[in-house]
Design a protein around this ligand. Structure first.
Ligand code: GLC
Length: 561
């Protein structure tokens, strides 16, 4: 038996605003389908599960949903190993389910953004299987990076490039006759062979995939690992200190041509469809080059996401990123987390509250109460900054990172670190919706249901306090804060896209105005501080103390222009 779907009227997917600039201030909610809601009781989330909770997302006040890859995939990397870009993973549903979901969301004023993974495919993708079967020198292999090994027997890797998941980036193949063969490149896991973007068929195929989904009403694409597509065909080693654009696999100048071509596809569609890049490029001006008017619309602002909880650090990041965006005319995005990084309430409750993949360890001491308080303040700070805002599912519930038992971990980042890095499963645990025990309404339970399979990752028993149901009944909850803040953000025209102006503030405090009438103040210090002039308080992340802004909290103020 499946969960009842909400009763949605059949409205054409035009119910949302026709504003061509919607993406400049949108609130975009990231749906990790596998962990959002399970309609059929197999312990894995699915598209019908999402459809059944569209009311929740509408109530939260989001403008768009970004879905992590929902395609057929062996899940060697949580779906970032795509076997077929035009289908839906059978555990998630069917293409018809996706079409209905896109239309139903649109009828509620919510756009759909999907995840496109252009750098690599699954080793189960038809192209890669054909390439293996066809053997060395075949045209099928030219779509990938097959290369003979070095050394007399070809048993040394063509380069010593290190994987983004640690370890090697080349795997040796076996020839159809059983002898050791060529090597192929994978910047991530061996199950994710890299495509050769110098090949015209690779380019044409992806432009066709974009059209396939835009034709189905998708409003935008999130571009996975967007800076990695182009490789130096000479396959040099990574220089000790590569000059800009000189790294053999990262941020090469030729990659911009790909996105210019994609932009032409995007712009050929009615309504504004958008390109959102996952661009991990440390230099802010190189990052902003992806956002030139004929390339992507926006990209994830990871500088802000990875900084520690500190007024100086975050102010420096805001200034850096706004200055980098200004010359290209693109708005910044504000992101506190995603399916790859430690949840904010955990991160901000640690001595080192910044984020770096290389620093993740089991057993890191965490003060969740402090982290939650800071995550509330951070959410309001991010929501007040100029540009668009991303919310990763579960952050609106204040879910912590879960330290899972090793035997349930699936993430290749964990295994390829030799078991030192806990990996990314801890932020991917299925959501708690209601009730006192797992599956907390994630899967169907109760009368009339056969027992559901356990959620694909175990939910901690303490999550009984963090369910949607529990939080809806508690005006002091994270969910209430998010709902109220997003409502105010939509209502106050000075928030969202537009200018911001820093206001004088004491050390450890950030204060800025948005337009004439809205002020945002965050107190990072230990002592309460006075609020700037205002006529009313719009919302605060923690109660004021004798009219003062308490430690680790943010307030939005209204003042008369
Ligand atoms: C991106 C994704 C991450 C994935 C990687 C390889 O960084 O966000 O989850 O593992 O690309 O596709």
């Amino acid at each position: 038996m499946t969960m009842p779907l909400t009763d949605t009227p059949a409205i054409a997917p035009t119910a949302f605003t026709r504003d061509p600039l919607w993406w400049r201030s949108a609130v975009i909610y990231q749906v990790y389908v596998r962990s959002f809601a399970d309609s059929d009781g197999d312990g894995t989330g699915d598209l019908r599960g999402v459809r059944s909770r569209l009311g929740y997302l509408q109530e939260l006040g989001v403008d768009a949903l970004w879905f992590n890859p929902w395609y057929p995939s062996p899940f060697a990397d949580g779906g970032y190993d795509v076997a077929d870009y035009r289908g839906i993973h059978p555990a998630f549903g069917t293409l018809a389910d996706a079409e209905e979901l896109i239309a139903e969301a649109a009828a509620r004023g919510i756009r759909t953004i999907i995840d496109i993974v252009p750098n690599h495919v699954s080793s189960e993708h038809r192209w890669f299987r054909e390439a293996l079967a066809a053997g060395p020198g075949s045209p099928e292999r030219e779509r990938f990076w097959f290369h003979p090994g070095k050394g007399p027997n070809g048993d040394e890797m063509p380069t010593n490039w290190v994987s983004n998941f640690q370890g090697d980036t080349w795997t040796r193949t076996t020839n159809p006759d059983g002898t050791p063969g060529e090597w192929y490149l994978h910047l991530f896991a061996p199950e994710q062979p890299d495509l050769n973007w110098n090949h015209p068929e690779v380019r044409a195929e992806h432009e066709d995939i974009l059209r396939f989904w835009f034709d189905r009403g998708v409003a935008g694409v999130r571009i996975d690992s967007a800076g990695l597509l182009i490789k130096d065909p000479a396959l040099p080693e990574v220089p000790a200190e590569p000059r800009q654009g000189e790294h053999p696999t990262e941020d090469r100048d030729e990659v911009h041509e790909v996105y210019r071509a994609w932009r032409r596809v995007v712009d050929s569609y009615e309504g504004t469809r958008v390109l959102v890049g996952e661009v991990w490029v440390p230099d802010a001006s190189r990052f902003a080059a992806y956002l030139r008017p004929d390339e992507m619309h926006t990209a994830f602002n990871f500088d802000f996401m990875t900084r520690p909880w500190s007024a100086d650090e975050l102010r420096a990041s805001i200034d850096l990123m706004l200055a980098a965006h200004a010359p290209v005319g693109a708005p910044s995005t504000w992101v506190l987390s995603n399916h790859d990084v430690t949840r904010p309430v955990t991160r901000y409750g640690r001595d080192d509250s910044g984020f770096a993949f290389a620093k993740k360890r089991f057993g890191t001491p965490t003060d969740l109460e402090l982290g939650t308080r800071r995550a509330r303040a951070a959410a309001m700070l991010a929501a007040a900054l100029p540009g668009s805002l991303y919310v990763y599912q579960g952050d609106e519930l204040g879910l912590p990172e879960v330290e899972l038992p090793r035997e349930v971990l699936e993430d290749p980042m964990h295994f390829r670190s030799g078991g030192i890095d806990p990996g990314r499963d801890g932020c991917r645990v299925p959501l708690p919706w209601r009730g006192a025990a797992t599956p907390f309404g994630f899967s169907p339970d109760g009368a009339g249901h056969a027992a559901s399979a356990a959620p694909w990752l175990p939910q901690p028993p303490e999550w009984a306090e963090l369910t949607v149901q529990a939080q809806e009944a508690d005006p002091g909850s994270m969910l209430w804060l998010y709902r109220q803040a997003l409502r105010i953000r939509k209502r106050e025209r000075s928030l969202g896209d537009g200018p911001m102006t820093w206001m004088p503030s004491e050390p450890g405090v950030l204060a800025f105005s948005r337009g004439e009438d809205v002020v945002c103040v965050t107190n990072f210090g230990a002592e309460p501080v006075a609020l700037p002039d205002h006529d009313r308080i719009l919302i605060s992340s923690a109660p004021l103390v004798g009219g003062l802004l308490a430690h680790d909290s943010t307030a939005w103020l209204h003042r008369t222009a």
